[in-house]
Design a protein around this ligand. Structure first.
Ligand code: SF4
Length: 91
């Protein structure tokens, strides 16, 4: 039997509450406020419903709320980020 570390797979998970950081150097990371966009970030399975709900709320906002161009851009980016995380969980 070969362990995950020996197979070059992720084996260390730092609990961030909403997800896990798989970076061995988590304690020294300067980007902790941008975890959702980080390749080391793994959302928890328990957050799937929240991600789907959050994405649906943003889509509804885009469809029904009169937004400025900057607001539309931010909401669109939020939708894309939610989708990325949903797909990361589905893998
Ligand atoms: S930004 Fe990435 S490396 Fe840094 S704490 Fe968040 S998940 Fe870990």
């Amino acid at each position: 039997m070969q362990y995950a570390a020996a197979r070059g797979e992720v084996w260390k998970y730092y609990d961030l509450g909403h997800g896990f950081c798989t970076n061995d150097f988590w304690a020294h990371c300067n980007h902790r406020m941008a975890c959702a966009r980080c390749p080391f970030y793994r959302p928890k399975n328990a957050t799937m419903d929240q991600l789907i709900e959050g994405k649906a709320n943003l889509v509804r906002m885009l469809e029904f709320v009169k937004l400025t161009e900057d607001e539309q851009l931010l909401v669109t980016e939020g939708i894309a980020l939610h989708q990325e995380l949903i797909e990361k969980l589905a893998m």
